[in-house]
Design a protein around this ligand. Sequence first.
Ligand SMILES: Cc1ncc(COP(=O)(O)O)c(C=O)c1O
Length: 389
Amino acid sequence: MTHVAGKHFLQIPGPSNVPDRILRAIDRPTIDHRGPEFAALARDALEKLKTIFQTRGAVVMYPASGTGAWEAALVNTLSPGDKVLMFETGQFATLWREMAGRLGLEIDLVPGNWRTGVDPAVVEAKLAEDKARAIKAVAMVHNETSTGVVSAVAQVRKAIDKVGHPALLMVDTISSLASIDYRHDEWGVDVTVAGSQKGLMLPPGLSFNAISDKALATSKTSKLPKSYWAWEPMLTSNKTGFFPYTPSTNLLYGLSEAADMLLEEGLPQVFARHDRHAEATRRAVRAWGLEILAVNPREYSSTLTAVVMPEGHDADHLRETILERFNMSLGQGLGKVKGKVFRIGHLGDFNDLMLAGTLAGVEMGLAIDKVPFKKGGVSAALDYLAGNH
Ligand SMILES: Cc1ncc(COP(=O)(O)O)c(C=O)c1O
């Protein structure tokens, strides 16, 4: 194999670039996970996590990918045959719904076009109709990573409260936590699902549930089978800084460092940085004369932008060209939009010049692949970045 000089550009919407500071933090001897040094590390990491979820309640973490935390949210709170209201916002919402079905839950699915988010008015109408209170949970994806569409969590909470429905609210923040404003307590979320490999800037391998008091109380009577994912033994062990099984010791070093980095920058500044890079990216896409998959500006994602390919051009071919020529990975179209869109990830440890390089790679790739587009996307983004600090 020939040597490729310079850094790989990992511009998929997660896993995101792991900063050197986190790599150095992880690069330490593994310690005894039943010893005092570990207990201090775990307690510190769990406490800092609460600030990031914007909660005073419990947060648990699993040595697992995000899919594990999806399962944990469902099996800890629900019982066989319980009805869950879900929304077809994209591929990840679809996968979560399929999982819920396999676990023996009954799904009331609101169909979607993969270009818009959850409509709070539909939530209100569905719950108002549910006089028997058969719906036990409303489960939604905050930032749909397959489409770059954000759903309004606070408005969905308001819709649930407006009709006085007791359903739990579960939110997947796997590609929004620590990048897009998210408030577990203030927005009245019962279970938040998150993962390590996107806004938290860590390698894949940790996932989380933030748990409201109501969800915790419900977990006492939930009857879906659970063992590895069970909250109760986890929360009991966590009180002393330990886990019911072997935790990802070295990822916890990284997690503690990541939390320090985010809190040093300040969460509002982290969110503003992501908003600004997303806006610059959209300006580039528009100047190229290409279409953004998300149709409502208020639902634009600040962590990724999904770009629609002109008819007759294959997004995966473009991604291959860009990888081969410029050593940059872009996100592929998933599920229904495979080959039709490519996704530019602009999240995590990311700055203006990284975005400039990313957009330059896309613009050159479009030219090489003879995709019909107008030049000037990179300039439009640079003008915006230079003019808006
Ligand atoms: C919004 C969302 N939910 C769930 C998942 C699944 O997480 P994992 O692949 O870590 O299991 C992902 C992965 O990208 C995601 O983006």
